[in-house]
Structures are given as C-alpha cells and as structure tokens.
Design a protein around this ligand. Structure first.
Ligand code: ATP
Ligand code: MG
Length: 145
C-alpha cells in the first residue's frame, strides 16, 4: 500500500491530526525529510507524528538543540532533528547524525534536510513537502521507489 498522497490542512490542528494518524502506517527505521519554507509547519507535523508513535511528553522545536530524542513506548526512539543552523552535511556528520540515521529501530524526522542533502539517499526515506496554501497548508507525501 502506497503512503503517497497530497492533502490540504486548513489549520495547525488538522496538520497535527493528520500526522498523528499517519505515523502508525510508517515502518520503523524510516527517515522523514520535512521540506518547507520558514514557518511552513514542519515542527507541527513532527509533533503530531511523534504523538502518533505513542509519545506523551511534549514535543518541542529542535532548532536550538539540533536534536531532540523521544523514547518510544516499546523500543527505539523518535529523533527530531533540525539542520537549519548547520551549513552543510560535514557539520551534520560532526554532530553525529549518522548514528541516528543508522538506528533502524527508530524514526528520524529531519527539518531543513537541504542542509545535509548528501546524507539522505536511502530507500527507507519519505519526502514530505509542506507548502503555504492560503491560510492553510498543502502536505505532499512522496515515498522512494
Ligand atoms: N495546516 C496549517 N495551517 C495553518 N497554519 C499552520 C498549519 N500547520 C502549522 N501551522 C502554523 O504554522 C506556524 C509555524 O509552524 P512550525 O513551527 O511547525 O513551522 P516550521 O516549518 O517548523 O518552521 P521553521 O522553519 O522555523 O522550523 C505555527 O504558528 C503553526 O501553528
Ligand atoms: Mg521547525
């Protein structure tokens, strides 16, 4: 079953609920690349998604910490990573992103993947494009293959 789709979310609440319902359909080990301009709603999507994996603690923006780790109820983690403040993939490797990406029990959610795009070239990744559309957002999901 393909996860590819495009939907319209009229407000943040709709983004959160969509991402929360989407999360259980996504296999462990997936790297989700969250593409979108400043303020598009990447963190909102990640927040809903991580909640959908059963995490109950609050999900905060990783812009300043670069990575936030959330233990999942059974095993593995959700790693929420924001590359905005990094220049390139060397800097991303410098903070140890490969260790997160290679953890196949876990999920990676990456904001600003363009900052380290050379690192993201595997079959286990999903591109999520979020675009402004009036007061809401269009969210497009595109899997590899
Ligand atoms: N579907 C939506 N419709 C309208 N507003 C939304 C939607 N989803 C999120 N927002 C709003 O967009 C704003 C920015 O959201 P968010 O912080 O998630 O963006 P971001 O893409 O992570 O930004 P940054 O690039 O700074 O990390 C928030 O005020 C949020 O409420
Ligand atoms: Mg953000």
């Amino acid at each position: 079953m393909s996860l590819d789709q495009e939907i319209f979310c009229a407000n943040e609440e709709e983004t959160l609920s969509f991402a929360e319902a989407f999360a259980p359909k996504v296999p462990r080990g997936t790297v989700l690349l969250l593409h979108g301009d400043l303020g598009a709603g990447k963190t909102s999507f990640a927040r809903g998604f991580i909640r959908g994996l059963g995490v109950t603690e609050p999900v905060t923006s990783p812009t300043f910490t670069i990575v936030q780790e959330y233990p999942l109820p059974d095993l593995g983690f959700a790693y929420h990573i924001d590359l905005y403040r990094l220049e390139n993939s060397d800097e991303a490797e410098g903070f140890g992103i490969l260790d997160f990406l290679m953890d196949h029990d876990s999920y990676n959610l990456i904001e600003w993947p363009e900052r380290g795009i050379e690192l993201f070239n595997t079959l286990n990744q999903i591109d999520i494009f979020i675009r402004y559309d009036g007061v809401g957002r269009k969210i497009k999901i595109k899997t590899k293959s």
